[in-house]
Design a protein. Sequence first.
Length: 155
Amino acid sequence: MEKTTSGEKLIASNKKAFHDYFILEKLEAGIALLGTEVKSIREGRINLKDSYASIRDGEPMLANCHISPYSHGNRQNHDPVRTRKLLLHHQEIRKLIGKTQEKGLTLIPLRVYLKRGRVKVELGLARGKKEYDKRETERRKEVDRETRAAMKSHR
């Protein structure tokens, strides 16, 4: 868990999302959680891999997000992969409904962090990458890495 500059404490990030998708737009959402889920997230026991957000019946939901059961929880512990409601303003929800109906656009959770003691999710409006796009992105990163190394050794 690392501290960011704006007083946010990063808990988990979805690195696979940046590899598999072009992120077109980002937005912040709250998330409706149970008490044991919040405690488990504060311990850093959350996995965003393979999770996604969708809008069902006009409500944004986060699916396939795995929050491990709380270590000191008892029979009130939560279901690790239950679907959780995302908290957004109505204007944001309407905008997302319009954009997700476009061909090929989806909502992907990019990172989970604490902001003023509250758990927040950064959602990305994303378009899937094809295999050749992934290779091109990797090639570009490699070239940038090599040029940075060359500049560093040149100094």
